[in-house]
Ligand binder design. Sequence first.
Ligand SMILES: C[S@@+](CC[C@H](N)C(=O)[O-])C[C@H]1O[C@@H](n2cnc3c(N)ncnc32)[C@H](O)[C@@H]1O
Length: 208
Amino acid sequence: MGEESMGEEIIGSEESSNRRTSPAAFFRGFLREPRQVGSVIPSSRFLERRILEASDLANAKRVVELGPGTGGTTRTFLQQLGQDANLLSIELSPFFHELLGEITDPRFINHLGSAEDLAEILESHHLGKPDVVISGIPFSKMPEPVAIRVAEAVKSNLAEGGRFIAYQFRSDVARITDPIMGSHDSCKLEMRNIPPMRVYRWFKPTAD
Ligand SMILES: C[S@@+](CC[C@H](N)C(=O)[O-])C[C@H]1O[C@@H](n2cnc3c(N)ncnc32)[C@H](O)[C@@H]1O
């Protein structure tokens, strides 16, 4: 799908644009846990488009989102996924987790917990290894041992040939993840977001 047509789908959807404008709820979540949330407003549609370009969700069957927040990104990912795919979103904030309960899509699994526990969370939902993991959690603001455990959990639990996408303001995610997953394959800067974000991608090699 070309960039323009993909943009129209996201921007032109009344549901996605209504849902995306939940900055007040997002800001309330930020005030509760500023370091954990990391941003004061949700991701822009321009950043979401960059994430989609890196993710190839149309061909994914099992997707995990780390840090869905108020669910703007979650709804955008669901729009791109096939009917036989599913999306497990793992959110640490009980406040955001409750808001995410408004998403009634049967392909969506709303889990309250930490990304560090990815293996146990997948098992608890009887899910195999995901093709794609997409993360918005702020690696630069987390204690470094936690950030390392998240990167290790992603590497161990991603399917072979799978991809890990992380959108971040700072480059700490690459400093932490490159030694664990190998060098990132791409990094694209999106200025039309507050703050500007880099979208990193890693591939997990196949065994042969
Ligand atoms: C920058 S917000 C991203 C929200 C949303 N995906 C977006 O782009 O608008 C980061 C989110 O990660 C969550 N988070 C932080 N640490 C986490 C962890 N260890 N496990 C799961 N979620 C976490 C925060 O509570 C917050 O909702």
